[in-house]
Design a protein around this ligand. Structure first.
Ligand code: FAD
Length: 398
């Protein structure tokens, strides 16, 4: 979006020129004029103009590969089943597609399709592009990139979403580079401008202190990655119907990489924090590793409980990085999130603020975590946690 001055309305007061942080505005013939190369679209001039002569306008420029239409989701599989993030992306993409009058499409690259296209349709896809070959049994950067790019060049999507998983983070940048387009990583919110169908990708920036909305208005497809658990998957609707399009890749190359052996990584604790319904999370205020035993005991009282923590405790070595919640850790959306001795830094909150219920224990009544917690207990975790554990045990035994 660029900033646009309506010269009819402009009264030449120069107030916009004074507030522009990058010197993009100047006076020409007594009226304000924007230098599009300099303008960063911050909107300072829009707020300052006393006669509302300045507005944001979508740039209708010659866009490379501008034939793009429809919003695509790259389906990611694990053990032959779509990952949760695929369903989450289909849910949000279906909403954006409806808003913009586009189709929500899924791309499936696999050894065989089986019933997966139908599952993707039930989750919100209007069309599923299917590419099958035994060589696609496992994710492979080179082969998948070739396949996806041939498909994208044939059908020209407007935008493509990938899960910000290990594979998605490897795959999406390779595709973006091959298609000469941009990529907005780790988005936390998405919207679409309906006239030019420009996706508004929002993500934390500057160390998580601001949320930046990024547009890719000059290249197609627009591309972004979204972390698991940022969006909730829509409920599957088995009665939905959609189109399945089989695509044949020309000249499937042999991969220079051969997968010799695959082994699941052991995670500490049997439940992954991203799958847990109750998370007992500790911060620096837990004091020491030994005190995490209280969190383990609390988590064990719930059927699907797991322990997690802030980056501060990962840095201390009290828990592993796989259990870190936040901007540089994982995004979680449990039913209950216990935040124990966690201050509530923005980088932590961004990873857990979509939890259904947040219960915070902190000895500082002014700790920022209390601003987002539904229930707050001011006190020492070493005193509160044993009492809480005893209460829950008594409730369960009653
Ligand atoms: P502190 O901020 O030290 O807070 C400890 C809290 O415990 C305080 O509120 C204190 O009142 C309370 N307390 C102390 N003793 C007790 C007690 N006995 N009983 C009860 N309460 C007590 N952080 C993350 O968590 N996740 C991330 O992914 C992440 N990514 C980051 C990325 C970047 C680029 C940057 C710059 C920072 C990131 N951080 C992240 C770090 C973040 O800014 C904070 O430093 C961190 O979250 C603080 O952790 P904490 O709340 O455990 O510790």
């Amino acid at each position: 979006m660029a900033v646009f001055v309506d010269r009819e309305k402009c009264i030449g007061c120069e107030s916009c020129v004074a507030v522009c942080p990058v010197g993009a505005l100047s006076m020409v013939d007594g009226k304000a004029m924007v230098d599009g190369e300099q303008c960063i679209s911050c909107g300072a001039c829009i707020n300052e103009c006393p006669v509302e002569a300045i507005s944001r306008e979508a740039v209708v420029r010659e866009v490379k590969n501008n034939e793009g239409s429809d919003l695509w989701v790259m389906a990611e599989l694990e053990n032959g089943e779509p990952l949760g993030v695929t369903y989450e992306l289909l849910g949000v993409t279906a909403e954006l597609a409806k808003k913009a009058g586009e189709k929500c499409c899924a791309v499936l690259i696999a050894a065989e399709a089986a019933d997966i296209p139908q599952k993707l349709i039930a989750a919100g896809a209007d069309k599923v592009y299917v590419i099958t070959d035994s060589r696609y049994a496992e994710y492979n950067t080179d082969l998948y990139t070739d396949a996806f790019c041939q498909l994208a060049e044939a059908y020209k999507p407007n935008a493509v979403l990938f899960g910000a998983t290990a594979d998605g983070r490897d795959f999406a940048p390779r595709v973006a580079a091959r298609l000469h387009t941009g990529l907005c990583a780790d988005c936390t919110a998405l919207d679409i401008e309906t006239e030019n169908k420009i996706v508004e990708w929002t993500r934390p920036a500057l160390g998580g202190n601001i949320l930046a909305t990024i547009l890719c208005d000059e290249h197609r497809p627009q591309m972004g990655t979204v972390r698991p658990k940022v969006f909730k998957a829509a409920a599957a609707d088995a009665s939905r119907t959609g189109e399945v399009i089989n695509f044949t890749v020309k000249d499937v190359k042999e991969s220079p990489v051969e997968l010799l052996h695959k082994e699941a990584v052991e995670t500490s604790g049997s439940i992954k924090i991203e799958d847990a319904e109750v998370i007992c999370s500790g911060g620096r205020g837990m004091g020491c590793l030994d005190n995490f035993k209280m969190l383990e005991e609390l988590a064990s009282l719930f059927e699907n409980g797991a322990i997690a923590g802030s980056r501060a405790v990962v840095d201390e070595g009290w828990i592993g990085h796989g259990q870190q919640v936040g901007q540089s850790g994982k995004t979680v959306t449990p039913k209950i999130y216990f935040a124990c001795g966690i201050s509530g830094a923005i980088q932590h909150i961004s990873g857990m603020n979509a939890s259904d219920i947040i219960i915070a224990i902190n000895k500082d009544a002014n700790a920022p975590i209390f601003k987002i917690a539904q229930y707050g207990i001011v006190g020492d975790v070493k005193e509160i946690l044993p009492k809480l554990i005893a209460k829950i045990k008594a409730y369960k035994e009653a």
